[in-house]
Design a protein around this ligand. Structure first.
Ligand SMILES: N[C@@H](CCC(=O)N[C@@H](CS)C(=O)NCC(=O)O)C(=O)O
Length: 237
């Protein structure tokens, strides 16, 4: 049976983790990762939350993510994915929301009882529902069709709406830093690097502010090291 290479890395605990009465604990968390891909954002979120997890790193170039063991985790063979106890979560935005709620003590996700919750969800989901589809269509020179039929309107509309959303303060929620900023800081970093998003001043200032965070920088540097052992085929990332 083809086994994929697995690296287990224990992350330091920054915040005390309380044991639940349930069978699983918050630390019973496995993160499936390929360096310098969308799962890098998940890694940044995990480290900013300061929690412990096991990291399984796969070699995308060798298609380890397409082996039967991993297809049981995500039948699409995509990263990121996490396993918490017996629950598997795929899709980076679902994972971001799940992790923020799983570790409320980190204060990176507004609770349902807080007024910021709706705005937080709105811009996180905008990433998956509008931003990514628009950028992928553009990069593939695909015509999204009429604005009323395209899920993101038009590429230009999608970009303008994002620009306005990021203009209100240092962060998506104004003065409050959240997981939404880790998602968007990372997204702007990669997409502007690949020329998929215009380098508007609002975008560059926002990106610079978020990626300057020490944990963000530490992960980006370590991803370079990891990518040498677990290379990524650029066309898959
Ligand atoms: N909809 C997924 C997309 C994930 C995705 O496209 N991941 C890429 C890496 S950036 C991947 O795993 N590609 C490998 C492959 O398809 O073989 C999400 O948002 O999590």
């Amino acid at each position: 049976m083809a086994a994929y290479l697995v690296v287990l890395i224990r992350k330091p605990i920054r915040t005390p983790i309380k044991r639940d009465d349930a069978m699983t604990t918050k630390t019973d968390l496995t993160f499936y990762h390929c360096p310098q891909t969308r799962s890098t954002t998940t890694r940044i979120i995990l480290d900013e939350l300061g929690v412990t997890y096991d990291m399984h790193v796969m070699n995308l170039k060798a298609k380890e993510n397409r082996q039967p063991d991993y297809l049981k985790i995500n039948p699409l063979g995509k990263v990121p994915a996490i396993k918490h106890g017996e629950t598997i979560i795929t899709e980076q935005i679902a994972i971001a929301i799940y992790l923020g709620d799983l570790f409320p003590e980190a204060g990176l996700a507004p609770a349902m009882s807080e007024p910021d919750r709706g705005t937080y969800l709105r811009w996180l989901v905008y990433y998956a529902a509008c931003f990514e589809p628009a950028l992928i269509d553009k990069s593939q020179s695909r015509d999204p069709g009429p604005e009323t039929m395209a899920v993101y309107g038009s590429y230009d509309q999608m970009v303008n709406v994002l620009e306005t959303a990021l203009s209100h303060g240092p962060y998506v929620l104004g003065e409050r830093f959240s997981i939404a900023d880790l998602q968007w800081g990372s997204a702007l970093h990669w997409t502007m690097m690949f020329g998929l998003l215009p380098e508007k001043p609002v975008f560059t200032a926002y990106r610079d502010r978020i990626i300057a965070r020490p944990i963000f920088q530490r992960v980006l540097q370590d991803e370079q090291r990891l990518a040498e052992a677990f290379p990524t085929d650029a066309s898959q990332s």
